[in-house]
Design a protein around this ligand. Structure first.
Ligand SMILES: *[C@@H]1O[C@H](CO)[C@@H](O)[C@H](O)[C@H]1NC(C)=O
Ligand SMILES: *[C@@H]1O[C@H](CO)[C@@H](O)[C@H](O)[C@H]1NC(C)=O
Ligand SMILES: *[C@@H]1O[C@H](CO)[C@@H](O)[C@H](O)[C@H]1NC(C)=O
Length: 359
């Protein structure tokens, strides 16, 4: 099985090389831009007399091995003798300005020997343009760029570059506007988030074009954030100044109020002191208050939670029986009296103040 395949391959190969050696048309496929030159070479190792070049079956040019190029209906279609290896002869068909009508099958027919056919593609370079030109965009905003690649043949490849980096096809779309007069127009939309000022290029190309045709626009990104910060700082400063002024006013009002109040209080206090003294002396409690004042220091010393008092307690456990009634009695007398005196002062204050404020 393997042997059979191998043999078949050998037979095909020998057949091809034999035929190739006899007659060749190169290249077998040629793509050129409209208006540019197209060259096809036909060569043979066999002796020949007439070589006919045909385009889609119609004669373009006839060459005689004796007299060279005979007649040509088109001045832009010529042929030159090629440089060939030893014992081979070759002729080159030259289409000086390839036209749309030159598309198709080009045949080299060496009469009485063989004929070979090659494909000729004539492409057309159209135009490419981003509409809108240069623009300024707010940072973070989306910008949509529209590009039109007009009058191409065949359908051109359309792509985008941002700062020299090709944009992935997922970020733009390409749609067909439709052929008009045999030419194709494509449009493409690119959605872009404005992060930094960029050079955006729309590219269009066909295979015969060495470099894609490009249209470029500059996107200037304006930092909205900075502007916002400026506004904010202005606002903040304004608010700060205003609030500090307000605070100052409030403070001064407070101070004035406090000063006024203090003055009034001093007056009222001196008044109240007078009234208290008058009351105490009037009610005859002064003696009790004085007694309470005398008892108080003794009570305070006993009430101290110090270690010294503990020691005293430990020593005078039996004594306490005698001591307690005194203390209790002094407490019983002094506390209410003292408390009464205190309460009297504190209670007398508000009462008198109330009077002072109302007056
Ligand atoms: C020959 O080519 C030139 C451009 O090189 C063109 O202007 C002219 O129309 C062509 N002539 C013909 C007959 O195609
Ligand atoms: C676009 O901007 C670039 C650089 O900022 C400048 O060189 C170019 O002339 C501008 N193009 C137009 C059409 O304004
Ligand atoms: C794709 O193309 C259509 C128009 O054909 C357009 O409305 C749409 O916004 C485009 N989408 C993107 C992501 O550019």
């Amino acid at each position: 099985m393997v042997n059979i395949v191998f043999l078949a391959a050998l037979v095909v190969l020998s057949f091809l090389t034999d035929g190739g050696c006899q007659m060749q048309l190169e290249p077998q496929s040629l793509t050129v831009l409209r208006g540019s030159e197209a060259r096809l070479t036909c060569s043979t190792s066999e002796p020949w007399s007439v070589m006919v070049w045909l385009l889609n079956g119609a004669t373009l040019l006839t060459i005689s091995s004796e007299h060279g190029v005979l007649a040509s209906g088109d001045p832009n279609v010529t042929a030159v003798e090629g440089r060939a290896a030893a014992r081979r002869s070759s002729w080159v068909l030259v289409l000086q300005a390839a036209e749309r009508r030159h598309r198709g099958q080009v045949t080299c027919d060496i009469q009485g020997e063989d004929q070979k056919t090659a494909s000729l593609f004539v492409q057309e370079k159209g135009s490419v343009g981003i509409s809108g030109g240069n623009r300024t965009v707010l940072q973070g905003h989306r910008v949509r760029l529209e590009c039109a690649a007009a009058n191409w043949f065949p359908e051109p490849w359309v792509g985008w570059r941002v700062n020299g980096v090709e944009v992935s096809p997922g970020d733009y779309n390409v749609s067909h506007v439709g052929p008009s007069g045999g030419l194709v127009t494509m449009t493409s939309d690119l959605g872009l988030r404005a992060t930094e000022s960029s050079l955006v290029e729309c590219l269009a190309s066909v295979t015969a074009l060495a470099q894609p045709l490009s249209s470029r626009v500059h996107i200037t990104v304006v930092a909205e954030v900075l502007q916002g910060q400026d506004d904010c700082t202005v606002l903040l400063t304004a608010t700060a100044v205003l609030s500090s002024i307000l605070l100052f006013l409030l403070l001064s009002v407070c101070i004035v109020c406090i000063v006024l109040c203090c003055r009034r209080r001093r007056r009222t206090k001196s008044n109240t002191k007078g009234t208290i003294r008058f009351n105490q002396s009037g009610s005859g409690l002064s003696s009790v208050a004085e007694a309470a004042g005398k008892v108080n220091p003794g009570y305070a010393a006993e009430g101290l939670p110090d270690d010294s008092t503990k020691g005293i307690h430990g020593q005078t456990d039996s004594v306490t029986i005698r001591m307690v009634p005194d203390v209790v009695s002094s407490r019983g007398r002094s506390l209410p009296q003292e408390g009464g005196a205190q309460v009297d002062l504190s209670e007398a204050g508000p009462k008198n103040v109330r009077v002072a404020t109302t007056v």
